[in-house]
Design a protein around this ligand. Structure first.
Ligand SMILES: Nc1ncnc2c1ncn2[C@@H]1O[C@H](COP(=O)(O)OP(=O)(O)OP(=O)(O)O)[C@@H](O)[C@H]1O
Length: 847
């Protein structure tokens, strides 16, 4: 996954040991890699190649003409198409699906299924769209969900996930058929049968601290036992009468949720609805409420389960064999029957109530009273942390939480303390700076992937800490931001930590099949994925208006842009004076409306230049912790500070519910993930439930530059979630109006960049903020040319004229620091200060 080498020397130049043991993980996805040039196919929705039916149509036509058509050469689908093709088929070529006859009442059925590739089109305006969406999310991958027409795709992984949350093959086909405008095409039925035949039918269950391979299909267990590796791993139990129980399985009642209550749910409703939580849309309800199939019409599966025990030491071999035999094992933890691992006294605080979608996601995990391992996908800002904490409070065993940076570690710890009754003594942190163990038999440890996956150059304390982590059994392994963790790192974590259940959390699940395969194998299937637009409509996240603002390049900037190489080009399109103007215009406009605005810039040089020119405070990797806190506090509590500038250090780790408007002036190439994470900063807006409230997200893009291409790519994920980007092509002119001013700015860009490319300076490092979250190295001095360097260069170039420029570019951070210092002066000193100032004024007057 990580295609770029780790970032170059950090700002603070950490010591060798620090570097070896850095708890920061440089995370990238394929979006983060600079494409050599925009690919030719710039279509918004990339599709997997489908069967070329134009060739097939030609073949059919030729065969027909020759009247020697031999059906034995053709597949069932081809024959079907041939028989059904009509006179207009050739016009539509591979898009002609007229051979699939619509059902008479098709208008009231909301979906259509492609026989070629399992693509499902849903009419999102149908009265039963909401229930249909729930069902489709359970059985297929959401591809795109804008306002009216949604696309989903049936894949083998999605069907695996469907089976794993309890859906049965025939039920899936039946419900699809009832919702579909056309009969479910035969090839699709065959695909569903094939994928669900063995998937999700075998489970690896830890019961009373012994591992069992369990299934409700004894014939499948028999089949697995014919494999020598699995047979070899089997533990044959000796009966009390000393007879050996060979070839018989232990049979018990299938697991049920029973009296398991997920904390934080509405307890009153829970009691009332224990039978089936009837008012809510569960998969089971779909059969009744959506498609009119009564529960008892559905064949109830054998409600017994059969199992055989396997040796602990051979679990990996058995898992691998089962995969090879096409029967991957789902992992389930019967935590209520784990009598060996100590219980953890943890519960949600009485006032904590989880939201309906958080409850739904957890009900997929705990649906049968055990903890299923898998992945929950929720939008940014929708409260994944609380979902993880609630899962830990349900399992009530020792829990290891892994996240991507030390800042997130601290946040997870404070969120555990905020939402649950866990005490400080029961929760420990393992980072490069802190190596704590919890007191007592059970507890929680929060750490980073890098700290746990790192295999060499560990300090003595780290080694001891790793021994602590690897020597015990963890009831629950909680994995934050799962999709960004490189597979090899993941593998190391999952193999070194003994955990009975795993939950992965993410907002932006990457859908490339190889990555999904990794995650499926190492964690488990996707258990739940929420719909962003639904949550926005229900007020759980804010409604956002997205706009792309096109800023034409000034002739001089464009001239340089065309001459320069890619890295310099990026700086030129960021610093485009028209973009400055647009930014100023939007800030003024939104400040007047009473919005709180975050301006994001990945480029630190641009960030400082904009912030100083527009007299706003800023935070980037080089900003010290005290200054960061000061700026953030002013933003939150002082009406005079309505705008702050943030580098990518604010992409993920800053929770500012006051923010209602985002302006993006520079970003990380085509990263869809960064775009979504940035949007996440305003999705949690406090004012989201005010009547008619909208948050605003602007992306400022320099016209006719590479930025346009990256911008389109970046927006793709959000467009698929249903966000519509409006294009704004003109705003009023403001700063950098005159050509002289613009030329001066151009000089500053060129000089700053030349200086940056000098030997000894680290060009890569100038993008230190580009790839990841806040890191320990972000706290050191800035690597990018600092403001004083820029202005001094300008002064030397342009003479006295720049005095005005320097004056204008005074850092707002300094003013805030000064005002903070004044505010924090004791009254007595403040009085004395005032007296001194007055005396000075008097003296001045007198002279
Ligand atoms: N059930 C709830 N009740 C009240 N507040 C909640 C609830 N769930 C989440 N929140 C609040 O929503 C905000 C966002 O939560 P959180 O930071 O966990 O989101 P996230 O999904 O992890 O976002 P991101 O992916 O951007 O990090 C937080 O301020 C959190 O306190």
């Amino acid at each position: 996954m990580s295609k770029r080498p780790a970032a170059g020397p950090s700002r603070s130049q950490p010591s060798k040991r620090q570097r070896q043991e850095d708890d920061y993980m440089e995370i990238q996805d394929e979006d983060d890699v600079i494409p050599p040039s925009p690919p030719e196919d710039n279509s918004l929705i990339p599709r997997n190649a489908t069967i070329n039916f134009s060739a097939l149509t030609r073949k059919l036509a030729e065969a027909k003409r020759a009247e020697d058509f031999n059906t034995s050469d053709m597949s069932a689908l081809e024959i079907h198409r041939h028989q059904q093709s009509n006179l207009v088929s050739h016009i539509f070529m591979d898009q002609d699906f007229s051979f699939m006859h619509l059902k008479p009442d098709h208008a009231s059925r909301p979906l259509w299924i492609s026989p070629d590739d399992g693509l499902i089109i849903l009419e999102a305006f149908s009265p039963i769209a909401e229930q249909a969406q729930d069902f489709l999310t359970a059985i297929s991958e959401p591809v795109s969900r804008p306002a009216f027409i949604h696309e989903y795709k049936l894949t083998s992984y999605s069907l695996y996930a469907a089976v794993s949350v309890g859906l049965q093959t025939e039920d899936i086909i039946e419900v699809l058929n009832r919702l579909s405008k056309v009969p479910v095409p035969e090839p699709i039925v065959a695909h569903i049968r094939k994928c669900t035949e063995t998937y999700g039918k075998v489970k690896l269950v830890l019961k009373h601290n012994k591992y069992f391979v369990e299934s409700s299909h004894p014939d499948l267990l028999q089949k697995l036992l014919r494999d020598p590796t699995i047979q070899d791993a089997r533990v044959i139990s000796v009966q009390t009468d000393n007879s050996i129980r060979a070839n018989t399985f232990t049979t018990s009642k299938a697991p049920v949720k029973g009296n398991l209550v997920i904390p934080g749910t509405n307890k009153e409703a829970d009691k009332a609805n224990d039978a089936a939580s009837k008012g809510k849309t569960t998969d089971a309800d779909l059969f009744t409420s959506v498609v009119g199939v009564e529960g008892d019409e559905i064949d109830e599966d054998d409600d017994n389960v059969h199992s055989f025990e396997i040796a602990d030491s051979k679990i990996d071999d058995v898992k691998k064999r089962c995969n090879e035999l096409n029967s991957p094992m789902l992992e389930e933890y019967d935590f209520r029957n784990d009598t060996i691992n100590a219980n953890l006294d943890i519960d949600l605080k009485p006032a904590t109530v989880i939201r309906p979608y958080q409850e739904t996601s957890l009900s997929k995990m705990f649906g049968n009273g055990r903890a299923r391992s898998g992945i929950i996908v929720l939008p940014c800002g929708a409260g994944k942390t609380l979902v993880g904490i609630t899962a830990a409070c349900t399992i009530k065993k020792s829990c290891l939480v892994l996240c991507t940076s030390s800042v997130s570690v601290q946040q997870w710890k404070s969120q555990f303390l905020q939402w649950s009754n866990i005490t400080d003594r029961q929760i420990a942190v393992f980072t490069s700076d802190q190596k704590e163990k919890f007191g007592g038999e059970s507890g929680i440890v929060v750490s980073t992937y890098s700290m746990v996956a790192n295999t060499h150059n560990r300090s003595h304390e780290s080694k001891k800490m790793m021994e602590f982590l690897t020597s015990r059994e963890w009831g629950f392994l909680l994995l934050d931001e799962v999709h960004v963790v490189p597979a090899n790192m993941f593998r190391r974590v999952v193999t070194t930590i003994k955990a009975h259940s795993k939950l992965g959390l993410t907002a932006t699940l990457v859908r490339e099949d190889d990555k999904i395969a990794d995650l499926n194998y190492m964690i488990g299937p996707k258990l739940y994925e929420a719909n962003w637009m639904d949550l926005a409509a229900k007020g759980h996240i804010a409604n956002v208006q997205c706009a792309e603002v096109w800023c034409s390049m000034t002739p001089e900037f464009y001239h340089e842009y065309l001459r320069e190489q890619s890295r310099k080009r990026a700086l030129l399109y960021c610093m485009n004076p028209n973009k400055f103007q647009a930014c100023q215009y939007l800030i003024n406009y939104h400040e007047e409306r009473g919005d709180k605005i975050i301006v994001f810039s990945d480029n630190v040089f641009a960030l400082e230049a904009y912030a100083k020119k527009l007299k706003k405070p800023y935070i980037h990797g080089g900003t010290g912790q005290t200054e960061r806190m000061r700026v953030l506090q002013y933003f939150q509590h002082n009406p005079a500070v309505s705008t702050i500038f943030l580098s990518k250090v604010g992409d993920t780790s800053i929770d500012l519910p006051e923010a209602t408007c985002l302006i993006q002036i520079s970003s990380h190439f085509g990263s869809r993930r960064q775009e979504a994470q940035r949007l996440g900063r305003i999705l949690r807006a406090k004012r989201r439930n005010d009547e008619g409230f909208n948050a605003f997200f602007y992306s400022l893009v320099s016209k006719d530059t590479q930025e346009m291409f990256y911008s389109t790519k970046r927006q793709q994920f959000l467009i698929d979630q249903g966000y519509a980007f409006k294009v704004i092509t003109s705003l009023d002119d403001l700063v950098y109006r005159t050509r002289d001013e613009q030329l001066e700015l151009l000089q500053s860009v060129l000089i700053a960049h030349e200086a940056d490319a000098e030997p000894g300076s680290d060009v890569r490092a100038s993008e230190g903020d580009l790839a990841g979250t806040i890191t320990s190295k972000d706290f050191g001095p800035t690597r990018f040319p600092a403001a004083h360097r820029t202005t001094s260069s300008l002064t030397s170039l342009s003479g006295a004229q720049n005095m005005a420029y320097m004056e204008q570019n005074k850092s707002m951070n300094k003013s805030l620091a000064k005002s903070a210092a004044n505010n924090s002066r004791h009254k007595l000193f403040a009085k004395r200060d005032r007296e001194k100032v007055a005396a000075r004024k008097e003296a001045k007057k007198a002279t």
